[in-house]
Design a protein around this ligand. Structure first.
Ligand code: GAP
Length: 453
């Protein structure tokens, strides 16, 4: 059964070293988090599962990595400078700062008061100073989405790869938003990671691609371990400034269905906005008149008499941190054992598990046992199955409990039989079934490669 509350996940994350509050030593910085030893592994595995499905397993998508800080003109012509605002109101009674769209029937959700200030716009982009003098004249924005860097490099990628439409560009990395009300742990932060893909298509085929990508991305979530009935697609009532059609893949969190990934039909809004000589193209979306760009973001169709046009874009935009908590929540399982005890086990899919195998020497002061355990770890690392960890805390019960809680699919115990018998064997314990079997040490690499890869 998945976690019943975010508190259960926050507690597990802190206890076992997945996630810590950012700047904790100084009282914490709201809306920022640090990923601990297991958190970085889990996040890396989710990122890799996404990259593998989007880039390696397809033949129509390239990768890209852009700078986090970017020229102010990028965000002028993207429409963010004029349109990326939330409406902010203060509750005069309890002094809470609120997003207007988070009010409950016009009332403060904290104290129920209707005595609120008038709504005023609040810019979500963060600025940083560039250069040695901080007089406000030379600034850059920290990107609020990865997508714009991808649009700016559209021509570079086409020129370098000779890609033909339709094709996509994937990018993951940090984005920054000055959220008024960061909340729900990793769900709404001020610094977070996105995994976004921009798919460039012939105008007129965008609606079909939007539907296709909605299906492809929903199937990906199911493959990562989220049951289909815990997902739904929710079309946007209010469209972002760039979107013609948009909706969210939502996961059923303990507080209800909420967004984990957006699927947007951005048409020619972004390439059109950033293009030089806009007048040459029949741009569909309403874009700002661009007098600064140095590049025409167009595509030449050699199959259609070298016709030049601005492609349309369908975007898939996932929050990696939201994937992290959704997958942890879904995997969080409390089981009652036959002896009446409860066990907490993180039933992550094995490709996502932060540690794949724990090798546990039964006696940490027995040199032969410890040496064999080290040897097994070395041999398994060479198989490429992922992180293999030597767990020599000295208490087998505690070791199993810890590895159940962090989701390690296999524990290997090296005991007296392992060093006394020939050929040497060890005990393999399966996280989900708790079944134990003895396997010859020589067979471990093959056995575990089949299990994991
Ligand atoms: N490029 C389009 C774009 O950025 P978005 O719906 O604003 O669209 C995409 O963001 C995804 O990024 C969201 O579905 C969500 O998973 C994640 N995200 C957005 N704001 C976030 C925040 N403050 N904290 C954590 N994740 C966030």
């Amino acid at each position: 059964m998945p976690a019943k509350s975010m508190d259960e996940i926050v507690s597990l994350c802190k206890r076992r070293g997945f996630v810590f509050q950012g700047s904790e030593v100084y009282g914490g910085l709201k809306g920022t988090y640090d990923f601990g030893p297991l958190g970085v592994e889990l996040k890396k595995n989710i990122r890799q599962a996404w990259w593998r499905a989007m880039v390696y397993e397809r033949d129509d998508i390239e990768g890209l990595e852009c700078a986090h800080i970017s020229h102010p003109l990028v965000w002028k012509y993207s429409g963010h400078e004029a349109g990326f605002f939330d409406l902010l109101q203060d509750c005069k009674k309890c002094k809470a700062r609120l997003r207007s769209d988070h009010l409950v029937d016009g009332k403060c959700p904290n104290c129920g008061s209707t005595d609120l200030t008038e709504p005023r716009p609040f810019m979500l982009m963060m600025k940083t100073n560039i250069g040695p003098v901080d007089d406000g004249s030379s600034f850059a924005y920290l990107r609020p989405e990865t997508a714009q860097g991808t649009y700016l490099n559209f021509k570079n990628v086409v020129d370098a790869t000779a890609r033909k439409l339709p094709f996509g560009i994937c990018q993951h990395g940090k984005s920054f938003r000055n959220e008024i009300t960061p909340r729900n742990f990793l769900f709404r932060q001020r610094e977070f990671e996105q995994a976004e893909m921009q798919y460039f298509v012939q105008p007129g085929t965008d609606e079909d691609w939007w539907k296709k990508w909605r299906e492809i991305r929903t199937a990906w979530w199911v493959e990562q371990g989220i049951p289909a009935e815990k997902l739904r697609f929710h079309p946007h009532d209010k469209l972002a400034h760039y979107a013609k059609m948009a909706g969210d893949i939502e996961y059923e969190f303990p507080w209800g269905f909420d967004e984990v990934e957006g699927i947007h039909d951005r048409q020619d809004f972004d390439l059109g906005s950033h293009t030089k000589n806009q007048d040459k193209y029949p741009i569909q979306a309403k874009v700002l008149k661009n007098t600064d760009s140095t590049v025409e973001m167009s595509y030449t169709d050699v199959m259609d008499g070298n016709k030049k046009f601005i492609p349309f874009v369908v975007e898939t935009a996932m929050g990696l941190d939201r994937a992290f908590i959704a997958l942890m929540m879904q995997a969080y399982t409390e089981e009652t054992l036959p002896n009446g005890e409860t066990r907490l086990v993180l039933k992550l899919k094995k490709h996502l598990a932060p540690v794949k195998v724990a090798v546990i020497p039964l006696k940490r002061n027995n040199e032969q046992i410890v040496t064999l355990a080290h040897q097994i770890k070395e041999d398994l690392l060479k198989t490429g199955i992922g992180r293999v960890m030597l767990e020599d805390s000295g208490n087998i019960g505690k070791a199993y409990r810890r590895h159940d809680e962090i989701g390690t699919p296999i524990c290997i115990t090296v005991d007296f039989e392992s060093i006394e018998q020939s050929p040497a064997t060890v005990t393999l314990r399966n996280r989900d079934t708790m079944a134990q079997e003895r396997v010859a040490v020589a067979d471990l690499p093959k056995y575990l490669k089949e299990f994991f890869l």
